[in-house]
Write a protein that binds this ligand. Structure first.
Ligand SMILES: [Zn+2]
Ligand SMILES: [Zn+2]
Length: 129
């Protein structure tokens, strides 16, 4: 059964920049434009495993980052990007991240909700408070 989609949350144009690692650009039906870095999407991954990890982090309370004297971290982590991405039906994108994680299916509805632009970030925060 097709899921009814809020017309404004429909993407008019989706551009996935896998080869350049530039992230994803979406132009929405209501004229809004969003840009997502792959690293950001990896953090917001909605799969059960990542949800679980976020819950654990929340339960532990706010993290205090260790103060480092050197900007060089002992372990080199390659920049998080995507190996590939493809459409799931007409309602979502599945992203194959370069850290081996492939379970994340990002519905356009979710993508619109987590739009990192200032306007949406403000709305998102007020809504979840
Ligand atoms: Zn995940
Ligand atoms: Zn936005």
């Amino acid at each position: 059964m097709p899921i009814p989609i809020d017309e404004r949350r429909k993407p008019a144009k989706v551009k996935v920049h896998v080869s350049t690692g530039a992230g994803i650009d979406i132009a929405w039906a209501d004229g809004h434009a969003s840009h997502y870095d792959f690293a950001y999407l990896r953090e917001e991954c909605p799969c059960a495993m990542c949800n679980d990890e976020r819950m654990k982090k929340l339960a532990k309370g706010p993290q205090t980052a260790p103060v480092l004297n050197s900007p060089l971290l002992p372990m080199f982590k390659p920049k998080l990007t995507a190996k590939s991405a493809h459409a799931v039906g007409n309602y979502a994108l599945q992203i194959d991240f370069n850290d081996g994680h492939t379970a994340g299916i990002f519905s356009f509805d979710l993508l619109r909700t987590i739009c990192p632009c200032q306007d949406c970030a403000r709305e998102h925060r007020t809504a979840s408070d």
